[in-house]
Design a protein around this ligand. Structure first.
Ligand code: FRU
Length: 504
């Protein structure tokens, strides 16, 4: 079987060998999800960037293909970008007999020592791309200009590109009728957290649940920052606002954090996702330590695909209360799985994590926010059944607001101690909306997906999420989960299931 290495995630996508970073060119076509990604096939560090390629029918079971786009000259790289379906053949690249949903155009940055410029390539199967002979399609004679993400703007009937001007902290907006000729529309920024560079912008429409705009679509601009995240290194921030066909205007200038872990970067959404869904994923690592992460013969995994919605909360009236909720895409529930625990009214529980796939934990928690008994709850993942086992802890301290934490301090110290940036304790907070002001009781749900060297936490329907890597010493693997509640916290429901490996 593939993927037997002890740190190798069984549900997350990773390449067999080599180095992977950002997801690129995410596009859904005729029942197939295509994922391209930044890829160095020859070494386990970044460099020699290609677009690797994988496809899936269900977002979780991936088939690997040969790299789709490769650099031509020494010292050059095919950097991040996006892909669209040119159904109306606006580019003129396609013969009439090519089905509309097989008209792939990729838009990427060519990185050379002299310049970063924007390029396009086309394909009729998503696997073999031909670079356009007229490349580059945008050149500004600068080494800092990258990560084009393109969508079709229905209101203005043209293609729109968002692209990073990294060190002037601006997102550029360009428009085109044919994907070949581009005109600048406007720039956004500096706004939010600046850090050292803006990277990988993505302007996307997200379904709204609740509040004034219930049932509508709202515009969200996602911007990645590296380095300079509040938690160190790389992170993703977003702005809720409005796109008028020419410019993006945020509801206000304040950014919000997408995921409070340290391993969720360069997020991108799929072009043409079905059923009005907004689905995206991110690279599950951090530039601060990715090039030395203790895995071999590959480095890095992608996060699980997440469905995105904007949910209304009482939080922060300045933002009109909208918060981006990220939840594992529902296809995860149709994967083959075995229940290990399914119970109500649990308080303190131990579950042996039997099986060599991943584990999906779901719980509903009720507590009294005004209790003086320090209500809290903790999930402890241990690498073996003994008392000396390494542990990753994930918990909540309930109050106003409720604080959520992840603690990887007692896992994989051998490597972590050498890496000052592998921050081992991180925290976020729940939005007060769930804490109904007329009642002292709070209820929230919690979802934890444990997959060998990575865990993803989702609280309150994904209003809060946290993605963390955790490397275990001695090739250990998650072996036991202990759930503990204190100060009157009740678990109304908890289930744990083993999800079979999606790798053959
Ligand atoms: C983000 C990034 C992008 C760039 C790519 C290079 O992680 O730095 O800005 O296009 O990675 O691999």
């Amino acid at each position: 079987p593939l993927y037997t290495e002890s740190a190798r995630p069984q549900l997350h996508f990773s390449p067999t060998s080599g180095f992977m970073n950002d997801p690129n060119g995410l596009v859904y076509s005729n029942g197939t999800w295509h994922m391209y990604y930044q890829y160095n096939p020859n070494a386990t560090v970044a460099g020699n960037q290609h677009w690797g390629h994988a496809t899936s029918k269900d977002l979780f079971t991936w088939q690997q293909h040969l790299p789709a786009i490769a650099p031509e000259n020494e010292g050059e790289g095919i950097f991040s970008g996006s892909a669209v379906l040119d159904v109306n053949n606006t580019s003129g690249f396609f013969d009439d007999n090519v089905p509309a949903d097989s008209r792939f155009v990729a838009i990427y940055t060519l990185n050379t020592p002299a310049e970063q410029n924007q390029n396009i390539a086309y394909s009729t199967d998503g696997q073999h791309y031909t670079k356009y002979s007229g490349n580059p399609v945008i050149s500004l004679n600068t080494t800092q200009f990258r990560d084009p993400k393109v969508f079709f703007d229905d209101a203005t009937q043209q293609w729109v590109m968002t692209v990073a001007h990294p060190q002037s902290y601006e997102v550029g907006f360009y428009a085109s009728k044919d994907l070949r000729t581009w005109n600048e529309l406007s720039r956004f920024g500096p706004h939010g957290v600046l850090g050292f560079q803006y990277e990988c912008p993505d302007l996307v429409q997200v379904p709204v649940k609740g509040g004034e705009r219930d049932g509508q679509l709202a515009w969200v601009l996602v911007v990645s920052i590296n380095p300079g995240a509040p938690l160190g290194g790389s992170f993703v921030q977003y702005f809720v606002g409005d796109w008028n066909g020419t410019a993006f205007r945020p509801d206000n200038g304040a950014a919000q954090i997408a995921d409070f872990g340290k391993d969720w970067y360069a997020a991108q959404t799929f072009y043409n996702a079905p059923q009005g869904r907004t689905v995206g994923l991110a690279w599950a690592s951090n530039w601060q330590y990715t090039n030395v992460a203790p895995t071999s013969p590959w480095r890095s995994v992608q996060s699980l695909p997440r469905d995105m919605t904007l949910r209304w909360t009482n939080m922060n009236p300045l933002q009109k209360g909208y918060v981006l909720a990220l939840e594992p895409s529902p296809e995860i529930l149709s994967l083959p799985s075995t229940p290990l625990l399914n119970t109500t009214k649990a308080e303190n529980t131990t579950v042996v994590l039997r099986g060599d796939g991943a584990f999906d934990v779901r719980a509903t928690v009720t507590a009294n926010v005004s209790s003086t008994n320090f209500p809290s709850l903790e999930f402890v993942i241990s690498s073996s059944h003994g008392s000396t086992a390494e542990k990753v802890k994930i918990g909540a301290q309930i109050g106003q607001p409720t604080m959520i934490y992840v603690d990887r301090r007692t896992a994989g110290r051998t490597w972590a101690d050498e890496n000052v940036f592998f921050t081992d304790r991180l925290s976020g907070q729940l939005t007060p909306s769930t804490q109904n002001s007329s009642s002292a009781l709070t209820t929230f749900d919690l979802r934890l997906i444990i997959d060998r060297s990575i865990s993803e936490l989702f609280v309150d329907g994904g209003l809060v999420s946290s993605t963390i890597l955790h490397f275990w010493d001695d090739k250990a693997q998650p072996a036991q989960l202990d759930v503990g509640t204190h100060g009157g916290v009740k678990l109304d429901f908890i289930s744990v299931s083993h999800v079979r490996s999606t790798w053959p």
